[in-house]
Design a protein around this ligand. Structure first.
Ligand code: PEP
Length: 252
């Protein structure tokens, strides 16, 4: 069976002290108590703390991801961070396409495709987010919206590159709102996404690809969500900021 993946997206939260003490406490609990959490864990802290996070987690099964990367190689892009910079400090994964980046930083599918190319060029694995708005779901357009998002981005890549992707289905109306999609709604969408991968890349890849759910996962709803056949884990925002809650999610 595929090991489920849980990703903590800390967004613009946790300073240096909070980041390092969270990770040290997490490791202590993981390895002192010898609990088998049965999940692959990826932590996405803010840019300034990627390197120290990577150092703390080095040699463990836990990994670090960046929350974003710029689409250009280098140059006059004040305040931005390149894929080669991330690689130079040992980062191997990046979240792309998060709806907050689309909403507040105007990221389009064109920009995301460039980000995909530069990330792959520098050997970064990609956690790619897709999802519909509240009104798109109301109009019953969620499937076509997600299909279009994938076709204009991830599906532009060859099958050789697809093993570098994790897909995260994140309905925008459920992110940071406390409103979760029902496990049945999520399962339906994940099955659909898997079918899209089947049609485009064949059975082996469609079975292998991890499709995570993100949107107000917490320590009480995680078990139900993770129990569904096509849900291979979760991308967790708010509930990943407190260690007790996050550990409960990992045990779900
Ligand atoms: C996210 O940021 O990707 C997310 C799912 O956030 P939250 O869990 O807070 O809804």
């Amino acid at each position: 069976m595929k090991k489920k993946i849980v990703i903590a997206n800390w967004k613009m939260n946790h300073d240096f002290y909070e980041t390092t003490s969270f990770l040290r406490d997490l490791l202590k609990i993981f390895f002192d108590k010898k609990i088998n959490y049965k999940k692959k864990v990826i932590i996405a802290p803010s840019f300034p703390f990627l390197q120290i996070s990577n150092q703390i987690l080095q040699g463990t099964s836990l990994n670090v991801a960046a929350q974003n990367v710029h689409q250009m190689e280098n140059g006059p892009y004040t305040g931005e961070v390149s894929a080669s910079m991330l690689r130079s400090i040992g980062i191997k994964q990046v979240i792309l396409g998060h709806s907050e980046r689309k909403k507040y930083f105007s990221e389009t599918n064109d920009i995301l495709l460039k980000k995909i190319h530069i990330s792959l060029k520098y050997g970064l694995n990609i956690i790619f987010c897709v999802g519909e708005t509240f009104f798109e779901r109301k109009r019953k357009e969620q499937f076509i919206v997600v299909k279009n998002q994938l076709e204009e981005t991830v599906f532009q890549c060859t099958s050789e590159k697809i093993s570098n992707f994790i897909i995260a289905y994140e309905p925008i109306w459920a992110i940071g709102t406390g409103e979760t999609a029902t496990p049945e709604q999520v399962q339906k969408m994940h099955k659909y996404i898997r079918t899209l991968f089947l049609d485009k890349y064949g059975e082996k890849i469609s079975k292998k690809i991890h499709i995570l759910y993100g949107g107000s996962i917490n320590d009480t709803n995680a078990r139900n969500i993770f129990s569904k056949e096509d849900i291979d884990g979760g991308l967790v925002g708010n509930s990943s900021l407190q260690i007790e809650k996050f550990l409960k999610i990992l045990l779900s």
